[in-house]
Write a protein that binds this ligand. Structure first.
Ligand code: OOG
Ligand code: NI
Length: 470
């Protein structure tokens, strides 16, 4: 029986498109960036047939052109609670907890995203969502003032709330409601050229931390950047200046490799945007710098073991070479990064055999044919060797806290490196959210295990050792 509901995937796709259109109008450089990324992706796909067939097998090829992540920064627990309900309408759930206060940014965050493979391939739209930690504002009077400003604002339209409630009550939205919901939800993310505070208040908030001013001074959590996925981030980084865009000095994350791992990201400097402050009389408008452009390249998801190795190698490079704000030592950093990462195997077989990364297994037609004749080896590695089983990397769908901090910082200015003594506070975050965040490693492990089980069922191998050991 048809419910008359559209799928959450459909609503999310409509929303992604609407957001992209809005951002295109708001930030002209975004359009330029999208064009550059599309050119580079087309070139890579034309020249790298191995990558093309891998993406095709994974069902990922179709999503690359629409793949985006956005970022927003919220001010209160209530705002975070409602955003969870809003994203749920679009099939997006909170995955992962990121504490950025360790990097001097007074927020903690999660990523709202689809979780199952079908939904991810339909449209993997994700939003890195941060909550300001007001308790990290030292000046008590300023903290109280910021809190008071934030509790007064309403970042969701009344109609958006009604449609969220309708979704929760009946379990879905029809096509008309979904379209209306997208338009209403979009309002929350719109840029507003008028601040809700005076220039003097803005300055005090800004002096405490630029990010505090960005969250507290405005009507809502304007979308801060919208990031396309490229298949060759080095090429895009190199070619940005040809199109009048200046990237940050280094690419965050792992070095360039044959087997891409996790996530590499780069961004270009924030825009300076004109702002009208409350009570402003002079002809000279104020300005605010927050929004920027970013691109990303995604690779295989690492297991806990692989991730520990990644974290150790990255920390050793960062301990050795600090890149200055002007880009000093960027070349040293890149060279050191490449050298240190030689310790992490750069071929798929080793990454799999050493259980450093997650893979999706499938039975080959030859394997299935052989299974009919019986007598397949009951060992994953042997099945792979004989061509009965193949494995493909599972793409990393999440974020990296060190990279995120680097992205935040390059766009906040360099004088803002601050150390917060206070502990991370995941419990408070989840309380505000009204739900626990999902552990991303469990999602990848589950996907790997299920793919292997399906392949084994198809091959009819009994008593097979399930762990993919060497
Ligand atoms: C979020 C920064 C983090 C990423 O891609 O790691 C981020 C922000 O600036 O609000 O977007
Ligand atoms: Ni980002």
């Amino acid at each position: 029986m048809s419910t008359g509901f559209v799928s959450a995937d459909h609503t999310r796709s409509l929303f992604t498109e609407a957001m992209s259109q809005m951002y295109r109008a708001e930030v002209p450089q975004y359009r330029t960036l999208i064009e550059l990324v599309a050119d580079v992706n087309a070139e890579v796909l034309a020249s790298d047939s191995e990558l093309r067939s891998r993406l095709t097998r994974a069902g990922e090829l179709g999503r690359i052109d629409v793949e985006r992540h956005g970022a927003i920064r919220l001010g209160t627990a209530d705002e975070l609670h409602t955003i969870r309900r809003l994203f749920a309408v679009m099939g997006m759930q909170p995955v992962g907890y990121y504490d950025l206060s360790v990097a001097g940014v007074p927020v903690h965050s999660t990523a709202f995203r689809p979780v199952d493979a079908g939904a991810l391939n339909a449209n993997p739209f994700r939003v890195f969502t941060s909550l300001l930690r007001l308790e990290l504002i030292e000046d008590e009077a300023l903290r109280a003032e910021a809190t008071e400003i934030l509790v007064r604002r309403k970042i969701y339209t009344q109609r958006a709330i009604q449609l969220i409630e309708r979704f929760e009550d009946v379990g879905g939205l029809n096509a008309t409601e979904a379209t209306e919901f997208v338009a209403e939800a979009l309002e929350t993310f719109r840029w507003h050229g008028e601040a809700t505070v005076s220039a003097e208040t803005y300055k005090r908030l800004h002096d405490a931390h630029r990010l505090i001013a960005d969250v507290v001074s405005f009507k809502g959590p304007h979308i801060n950047h919208l990031t396309p996925r490229t298949l060759d981030i080095d090429a895009v980084q190199r070619r940005m200046p040809e199109r009048g865009i200046t990237p940050k000095a280094v690419i965050e994350g792992p070095p360039r490799r044959h087997c891409d791992i996790l996530l590499r990201q780069t961004s270009f400097k924030a825009l300076e945007e004109a702002i009208g402050f409350v009570g402003q009389t002079g002809a000279e408008p104020g300005t605010h710098t927050a929004r920027f452009g970013e691109i990303e390249q995604r690779g295989v998801a690492l297991t806990a073991k692989g991730r520990a190795l990644y974290d150790r190698l990255l920390a050793s490079v960062r301990g050795e070479v600090q890149v200055g704000a002007s880009g000093a030592k960027a070349t040293d950093y890149d060279a050191e990064l490449a050298t240190r990462f030689e310790e992490l195997p750069d071929n798929w077989d080793e990454l799999r055999a050493q259980e450093l990364a997650f893979f999706r297994y499938s039975a080959t037609p030859a394997g299935i044919a052989a299974a009919v004749r019986g007598q397949l080896p009951a060992d994953v590695s042997e099945l792979i060797e004989k061509g009965h089983l193949v494995f493909d990397p599972i793409v990393y769908e999440d974020f990296l806290p060190v990279s995120a901090a680097g992205i935040f910082q390059s766009n906040l200015g360099t004088d803002q490196q601050q150390n917060y003594a206070m502990q991370s506070n995941r419990d408070a975050f989840e309380d505000a959210l009204g739900a626990p965040v999902t552990d991303e490693l469990e999602l990848y492990a589950d996907q790997q295990a299920r793919s292997l089980q399906t392949a084994i069922d198809l091959l009819g191998v009994a008593g097979l050792q399930l762990r993919p050991v060497a």
